[in-house]
Design a protein around this ligand. Structure first.
Ligand code: FUC
Length: 767
């Protein structure tokens, strides 16, 4: 081809165009039609105020939540005097009388009442547009680089555009509507809710929805305000806007919840004050503030697996295609960034942690109460938070731990006659910490220890000693509980956890492996923390002597890692929980270097469990296979996690909805977070006092680059790889710790200075 000036210019512009498209599409979920179902709608959130945007044309529906609207009221779930039955339950288990032990526990040991309370939907915003039936050029997207949901289409040559976001700095949901022609925007706007007890009142350009939760102490107030260049009237309780070309709606919502034991808040005041601040602000300013705040977190990290053109497709099509042919590497990058988006949207300093559904729930009786399940789900939500450079989004979990350490103190006392605090497998907004539902799965004992591992991990990633000092008491008090609780097993002489259970398999038992792994990890972290903080030497000494007495990991007759004290695993079981592999991930006690035999056994156990599972179970397996350094197997699981959840011919569970929400099924957000963590574990691992680069890279992700990924020790890295080979690595030290870097069997060690960046080529030679 002859290259004249014109050809060169058009080639350059095509290339620029492709580059711009691919640069944008990494950060977008896009669709060609409005959402019909809730799991097609697009989530927005500012940590506490969340919404699902449907993007309808003749009627927009924005279903919203505020994270503190729950059923129930302040309540202490501890069962007074339950401890009197503890020894008998233990004895029954020792004597092999599991059913009797469970029955006695059901009668005398479980929480009062047996069930906790559910997270509630708040309300709905409806916007009905007149004369929009025949529309063209419809697009709907969630731009996760801006945290804005957008809709555009045209009717009779007039372009209509919509933007919706939830702002953390302004504490409102902002909706902006425009038309390209003046006086072309006509719509009705109103609020509604599913709650039986509700009122809607309109005054001028504001409308207020009040809801009272059924048989509960919480009430919610949501107020919206509209500014427009059109006219506003109230007709049949709806705000009617006519002859406008732009309109901005701000919605704020609050409840009377203050703390798990305090519901004296005044939501009228809160909503009024919030709206007073924002109502007169122009949209551009509110949007600018929102972008500045959101992007200060989002832009810290970047990931790119190379675009093969598929990212120009709509997201639902990409999920469908990926199931058939998993070669859309940029979809994997999007999955990671989407998890970061969801984290920023549901867990900001000062808010509550994401529930099983984050902050998005449209049902009065949601699956599993949309609460906090601590035997995997809540913790999994936070797996990617440090490595994906969103450390401060971890804070709501620490506040949560503080709350349950208070309620869990009484549970420790009433149920175990023990010091310290503990929490069982489920927690609601009232911070119920006692065992719930049924003694065959609710009586699980390592809740507080697992939660405390997040304090320790946050410290390991940030090396923030002040944080450790401020939170050390939570870890210590948790350890204190287990020093009282562990008992010597009459058969083996080991210290064991009893009564307990291996999450949700096998009923009530004495000595499930998972408990021992988690408690050991807690004790070790308290010993280390006490030495760093130069405190509690005697207590650390006590823990140090107890650690080797705790029942160890054992290899059973099938070559498996034993799930229980006895060698009774069923190799045919494909149960979704694989709890006894906790020490492979998120723990680190079982690894190739220190315990290769246990690693082999753990792998065997995972083989037995197979490659199916619910959403979070698939996500956990991605993490396991990454730690087993089998990137291709991890990718295989990822393929299932990212496959369409609602295809009837697909017999397996798990997968992704069109809006990329993880399907348990139904929707459960843990898989989104756990999946992202598993992908990042393919690229970097730092749990063995060194940074391992590309430890489990699948063939399908042979080219890529990641920037802003975080390793334990206070390190932030950027590196790229091509044909599965490392190209460069830059490592910035935040705390001046010594660094050990490992790639492909090659290890280098060097001292660092805080704030300095160190550069290496693909063979780890200094640049
Ligand atoms: C645990 C899991 C279930 C589900 C529920 C919310 O009980 O076993 O699969 O995730 O939590």
């Amino acid at each position: 081809m002859k290259l004249n000036k014109k050809t060169i210019i058009s080639c350059v512009s095509i290339l620029l165009c492709i580059a711009t498209i691919s640069a944008q599409e990494i950060h977008k979920l896009s669709y060609e039609s409005p959402a019909q179902k809730w799991t097609e709608a697009l989530p927005i959130g500012n940590g506490s105020l969340g919404a699902m945007v449907f993007g309808g044309v003749t009627e927009e529906h924005i279903q919203f939540n505020e994270e503190t609207l729950w059923a129930g009221k302040p309540h202490d779930y501890a069962h007074k005097g339950a401890y009197k039955y503890l020894d008998t339950i233990r004895q029954l288990l020792t004597n092999g009388k599991q059913v009797d032990a469970q029955n006695l526990a059901m009668q005398e040991f479980m929480s009062t009442p047996l069930k906790q309370k559910a997270y509630q939907p708040f309300g709905d915003i409806y916007i009905a547009f007149k004369g929009h039936e025949n529309y063209k050029n419809y697009t709907r997207e969630l731009n996760i680089e801006e945290a804005i949901s957008k809709v555009s289409y045209s009717v009779d040559g007039v372009d209509f555009k919509r933007e919706v976001f939830s702002s953390y700095p302004s504490q409102v949901i902002a909706i902006n509507l425009t038309s390209s022609k003046s006086k072309a925007l006509h719509f009705d706007l109103w609020l509604d809710a599913l709650h039986e007890d509700k009122t809607v009142k309109t005054v001028g350009n504001t409308q207020t929805l009040k809801v009272q939760v059924k048989e509960g102490a919480l009430r919610g107030v949501a107020t919206l305000n509209i500014q427009t260049n059109g006219t506003i009237e109230t007709v049949n309780g709806k705000l009617q806007i006519s002859n406008a070309s732009k309109a901005t709606i701000y919605l704020t919502a609050a409840t009377n919840y203050i703390k798990y034991n305090d519901v004296s808040g005044n939501p009228e005041n809160i909503t009024q004050n919030t709206l007073a601040h924002v109502a007169s602000e122009n949209y551009k300013k509110v949007k600018k503030l929102h972008l500045k705040d959101y992007q200060s977190l989002y832009y810290r990290f970047d990931i790119d697996f190379g675009d093969n053109g598929k990212s120009a497709n709509t997201t639902d099509k990409r999920i469908f295609d990926f199931w058939k042919t998993p070669n859309d590497p940029q979809l994997i990058a999007l999955y990671v960034q989407y998890a970061r988006y969801l984290m920023i949207a549901s867990s900001r300093p000062g808010t509550k942690p994401p529930t099983l559904q984050g902050i998005w729930n449209h049902k009065l009786t949601p699956p599993w109460f949309s609460s906090y399940t601590t035997n995997i789900n809540l913790e999994m939500n936070y797996w990617p938070v440090e490595i994906a450079n969103l450390s401060e989004c971890h804070e709501p979990l620490f506040d949560f731990i503080k709350d349950v350490s208070e309620t869990g103190k009484n549970v420790a006392k009433e149920h175990y006659g023990a010091k310290g605090w503990n929490v069982h497998h489920n927690v609601d907004i009232w911070r119920g910490a006692a065992p719930v539902n049924h003694s065959n799965h609710g009586l699980w004992l390592s809740g507080s220890a697992w939660l405390c591992s997040h304090i320790w991990e946050h410290y390991l990633f940030t090396k923030d000693e002040t944080f450790l000092k401020n939170n050390y008491a939570l870890m210590k008090e948790s350890a204190l509980f287990y020093t009282d609780f562990l008992v010597e097993d009459p058969k083996t002489g080991y210290l064991i956890s009893t009564p307990s259970t291996s999450p949700e398999i096998g009923g009530l038992v004495a000595g499930p492996t998972m408990d021992h792994q988690i408690i050991r990890a807690l004790f070790k972290s308290v010993v280390e923390a006490s030495s760093i903080l130069k405190t509690d030497e005697a207590f650390a000494e006590k823990l140090t002597t107890m650690i080797p007495k705790i029942a160890p990991n054992q290899i059973g007759k099938h070559g498996q890692l034993q799930e229980w004290l006895e060698d009774k695993d069923n190799p045919e079981s494909h149960h979704r929980h694989v709890s006894h592999l906790w020490s492979v991930y998120p723990g680190s006690e079982i690894n190739y270097e220190d315990t290769p035999e246990l690693m082999k056994a753990a792998k065997q156990s995972l083989e037995f469990r197979g490659d199916n599972g619910t959403g979070w179970s698939l996500a956990w397996k991605v993490n396991f296979w990454s730690r087993f350094k089998d990137g291709n197997r991890a990718y295989k699981l990822l393929n299932v996690l990212l496959s369409p959840a609602e295809i009837p011919e697909r017999k397996i569970r798990g997968g992704s909805y069109p809006n990329l929400f993880d399907a348990h099924p139904p929707f459960q957000i843990d898989g989104n977070f756990g999946g992202a963590s598993g992908i990042l574990e393919m690229l970097l691992q730092s749990h063995l006092d060194k940074i391992q680069l590309l430890p489990a890279l699948p063939n399908a992700l042979a080219d890529g680059e990641v920037k802003g990924i975080v390793a334990r020790g206070g390190f932030e890295l950027a590196f790229s790889w091509k044909n599965s080979k490392l190209q460069y690595v830059e490592i910035t030290s935040k705390k001046g710790e010594a660094c050990v870097l490992e790639y492909n069997g090659n290890t280098i060690e060097f001292d660092t200075k805080a704030g300095k960046t160190y550069k290496f080529d693909g063979s780890l030679n200094k640049k």
